[in-house]
Every structure is written in C-alpha cells, then in structure tokens.
Design a protein. Structure first.
Length: 286
C-alpha cells in the first residue's frame, strides 16, 4: 500500500505543454526577449529603461516618436512637413499599396520625422528616421524632408541633429532615390559653410546610400552600441576582396576603433551627451 502511495505522489519529471487556448490568453507584446542574451522582460518595464536590455545592454529598436520623447524636452517639439507623402514616379508594382500599409501600421506618412525642439533648453532642429516604414529607405520625401530641415537650421541659425536608421536608397524610386544622396549632402555642405553644427547619430542599422551620404558627414559622428553601420553587406565585400572579414566588422565599435566615429554612446547617456555638445557649441556673447 505504501508503494502505491509513493508511486502516485511522485512529482512529474516533465512540464506539460500549455494548451493553444492558454497560449492565446497571453497578450501579444506583453513580454520581450533580448535577441542577444535571451533575457525575457516585461515590455512595459523595458520601456522604462529606454528599451535597453538590463542583462547585456542590447539596444532594442525604438520608434521615431519614442526617440523624440527620450531626446527632447517635454512639450518642446514642433513637427515640419508632416503631411508630405511620396508619389510613385516609376509605377513600381505594389509600391503604393505597401506604402499605404506602412502608413497605417506606423501612423506616419513617411520614414522620417523632422522638426524643432529643445534639449535641456538648447534649441535644435532634429530629424529621426523610423525603420518600421519601408525599412527607413531613402526615397524622394525622406531626402526632401531632411533638406528642408537643414534649410531651417540655416535660416534659424540652429544646430541640426539627425538620428539615422536605414536600409539604404529606396529601390522603388530608382534614380529619384539616388539623387537624394547628392541633394542632402549639398545642403549639409551649405550648413557647414554657414558655420553651423551637424551631429549625426547612427543607430541600428545605418546602411547603403544613407551611410554613404548624409549619415557619415557630421561635424560630430555618434552611434549607439552594437549598431550595424556600412555600405555593402559582409558577403559582397568578402567575395569582392576575397578575404575573411573580422567578426565585429561594420559594428559601431569597429568603426570607432578605426577612426570613423567620434564616440559610441549608450541610449541612457545620449541626451546628456548631446546637451554637452550643444553647450560647447553655443555662440560666444561679447
């Protein structure tokens, strides 16, 4: 009798698999798993620490609006060119439909938000790219909004800060997209000639035509930890030069070591770092 009781009182060796109904009861987006260290956190708690993993420091992607809220003083932001929407100059198949889906998903009209605001009281013109919209690819509207923001910086005699995140030029717009590389670079050259500050902040990922144009020509170039930054992909480069590239190739840390960045800055320290730079570049009063 004792043996029978002990047989039924043993703990189960294996956990049961939750039913499909039980799985469905867990709200989508409640938890976030770090792709680097696999730490699982409540998304709500992760947002409180600026979407930076407290296990390994991995920087999760954030939206343009979240970036603006983290960077600018509360209530100081005034947006530019909000209603500007791209056309379909090449009649590219499904481009209009996919762009409309992105507009609904992101509640944005394009892959970048531009405007003006203050950072700890220092006025600035700012642009923030959002990779949820066509992978923040650089189309005609993205280039135009950046150029107009630069022109505002010149007109108002304010510094320009651009948070870059992009897969490169937008293939659906062909040469119209590639022309934005020259247009934005020319506008930044004019900003430079006026003696005004341009801070480029590269986030994950900053690639293709964006990395080869405005993203890389800041007076001060910053990046978030672990950000992928580069023009062509690793495989293409390895096939071209017939050499094996380092494991950390095209990371922010690799670029810093090779003199292509001024500093790698954690998201926790970004606002303070930008404040220091802006303070140092304030015009001297007599």
């Amino acid at each position: 009798m004792t043996k029978i009781r002990s047989l039924f009182s043993k703990k189960k060796k294996y956990a049961t698999i939750p039913s499909e109904q039980a799985k469905q009861e867990v709200p989508e987006g409640l938890m976030t798993k770090c792709p680097s260290c696999k730490t699982i956190m409540y998304t709500k708690e992760l947002r409180k620490i600026k979407m930076v993993c407290n296990g390994c420091g991995f920087h999760h992607k954030i939206t343009a609006i979240e970036r603006l809220e983290m960077t600018l003083d509360e209530g100081s932001f005034r947006e530019y060119d909000k209603d500007m929407i791209a056309t379909d100059p090449l009649n590219f198949p499904s481009y209009k439909e996919k762009s409309e889906l992105d507009r609904k998903k992101t509640k944005m009209n394009e892959a970048i938000v531009t405007g003006e605001g203050t950072i700890n009281g220092f006025p600035t013109i700012i642009g923030v790219m959002d990779s949820r919209f066509r992978m923040a690819s650089m189309g005609s509207v993205v280039g135009e909004k950046i150029t107009r923001a630069i022109e505002q910086a010149i007109e108002q005699d304010k510094p320009f800060i651009l948070f870059c995140a992009s897969g490169g030029a937008r293939m659906q717009e062909g040469v119209f997209s590639l022309m934005q590389m020259a247009k934005t670079s020319a506008a930044l050259n004019q900003l430079h000639e006026e003696g005004q500050l341009f801070i480029s902040v590269m986030t994950h990922p900053t690639t293709g035509g964006v990395s080869a144009s405005f993203a890389s020509i800041g007076d001060i170039n910053l990046a978030e930890p672990g950000a992928l930054i580069g023009f062509a992909g690793r495989r293409i480069i390895e096939q071209t030069i017939r050499q094996k590239l380092p494991d950390d190739f095209q990371t922010a840390e690799f670029l810093l070591d090779h003199g292509q960045l001024d500093k790698v800055v954690s998201r926790h320290d970004m606002k303070a770092t930008l404040t220091t730079i802006l303070e140092l570049h304030q015009p001297q009063t007599k």
